[in-house]
Ligand binder design. Structure first.
Ligand code: ADP
Length: 143
């Protein structure tokens, strides 16, 4: 990784598409200098939820996550730039909008700790695994 140049994965969840917030939120990422290097529309299945949210499979609310994430199409993208993983998580904010810092995406747009409009990779290894999951291993190499 040269000069902290990283790539990270972002998912615009079904509520972001339903509420037509994708362009507005993408603009926030581009405004801080991140580059959108891949983008596609997908549809989550229960199987994909089990893989992507494997750390939550045992939680009582996991069926709600499946219902939410399979309720419509999502858009997945790769963002590249200086310290992209931490920068994107910082812009996205905490899971629960009540705990998300003012001005973050979730504070401004999320309706609940479930319908929180975007997903962003938490760490560099997680970003690499998630990019490989949605785009294939050839996309997940170091910059
Ligand atoms: P984050 O998305 O902030 O990395 P987690 O990995 O803990 O957070 O959770 C993944 C997603 O599962 C959240 O973004 C949210 O959509 C959903 N979720 C998390 N906790 C809850 C909860 N207590 N009730 C309902 N949905 C939840």
């Amino acid at each position: 990784m040269k000069d902290n140049l990283e790539q990270t994965l972002v998912i615009f969840k079904p509520d972001a598409l339903r509420r037509k917030l994708v362009g507005e939120i993408m603009n926030r990422f581009e405004r801080v200098g991140l580059e959108l290097t891949a983008l596609k529309t997908i549809r989550f299945t229960e199987e994909l939820c089990r893989e992507h949210y494997q750390h939550l499979v045992e939680k009582s609310f996991f069926p709600e996550i499946v219902r939410y994430m399979t309720s419509g199409p999502s858009i997945v993208g790769i963002l590249s730039g200086y310290r992209a993983v931490a920068v994107v998580r910082h812009l996205v904010g905490a899971t629960d909008p009540l705990e998300a810092a003012p001005g973050t995406i979730r504070a401004d747009y999320a309706l609940s700790n479930q319908e929180n409009v975007v997903h962003a990779s938490a760490t560099i290894p997680e970003a690499q695994a998630e990019i490989a999951r949605f785009f294939g291993a050839e996309f997940s190499t170091d910059l």
